[in-house]
Write a protein that binds this ligand. Structure first.
Ligand SMILES: [Zn+2]
Length: 116
């Protein structure tokens, strides 16, 4: 598969997951926003909901959502699959399991160690 085609596939996958997560996050956030805000969900309403989630939720869905946004941006900028820390290519195997990965395994492990 050539790179262009590969990136199209990745993008499709990421966009699908992004809309799933938007649904989950919208449901999760209904408790924290008023009915008026939820009534007609345009992009703007979603982004304001995301703002409110950022303040009140520390959930894995939101973290995944932000990783997907970052990955989609990287696809558009042509930097997808490059580790943001060491700038080395991320292994294909890792990207297959974690299409939203923005770090190689070594950098990810280093980061998690740092957090503990
Ligand atoms: Zn790295």
């Amino acid at each position: 598969m050539n790179r262009k085609k590969y990136l199209e596939e990745v993008k499709k996958l990421l966009l699908k997951r992004k809309s799933e997560l938007e649904d989950i996050l919208t449901t999760l956030s209904k408790e924290s926003v008023s009915d008026d805000q939820v009534k007609d969900l345009g992009d703007q309403a979603i982004s304001s909901i995301m703002e409110s989630i950022r303040g009140s939720y520390q959930n894995t869905e939101y973290e995944e959502y932000t990783r997907i946004i970052t990955a989609l941006k990287a696809v558009d900028e042509g930097t997808y699959g490059i580790c943001i820390d060491c700038e080395q290519p991320i292994s294909e195997k890792r990207l297959k399991f974690y299409p939203d990965a923005c770090r190689c395994l070594a950098c990810q492990e280093a980061l998690e160690e740092f957090k503990q």
